[in-house]
Write a protein that binds this ligand. Structure first.
Ligand code: HEC
Length: 99
């Protein structure tokens, strides 16, 4: 079995734009501590108005839905589709939970 904190393969679809460590900036905000945080909470990240004003709190189910279809959860947001199916998104969210 894989180490609980090692990223699943599907996380490769994220790393072009997101870092897993706090304090690192890519095209998107870092993802450390994302589970349970309010959307748009990373200081200095370049968020769309749609996401920043969404009021979403990132619980696991909302994250899975967002990763499968960003535009369905944050209409007008700036994250493009990730290409993940629901099972892959679950695996990624399980990993995000360890960050
Ligand atoms: C092409 C670049 C890109 C890819 C690939 C990408 N994202 Fe994003 N992501 C963004 C951008 C840009 C935002 C900010 C969206 C906005 O402000 O509307 C974002 C926002 C997010 C947020 C909300 C963060 C917050 O602080 O509210 C999460 C969670 C997230 N992405 C997770 C992922 C995961 C997990 C993957 C891989 C499955 C992924 N993203 C793939 C660019 C990307």
């Amino acid at each position: 079995m894989a180490d609980a904190s090692s990223p699943p393969r599907a996380f490769n679809n994220c790393t072009a734009c997101h870092a897993a460590e706090a304090g690192q900036y890519g095209v998107g905000p870092h993802l450390a501590g994302i589970v349970g945080r309010t959307a748009g909470g990373v200081e200095g990240a370049n968020y769309s108005a749609a996401l920043a004003s969404s009021g979403i709190v990132w619980d696991e189910d909302t994250l899975v839905r967002y990763l499968v279809n960003p535009n369905a959860v944050v209409p007008g947001g700036s994250m493009p589709a990730t290409g993940l199916d629901e099972a892959e998104a679950r695996g990624v969210v399980d990993y995000l939970n360890t960050l």
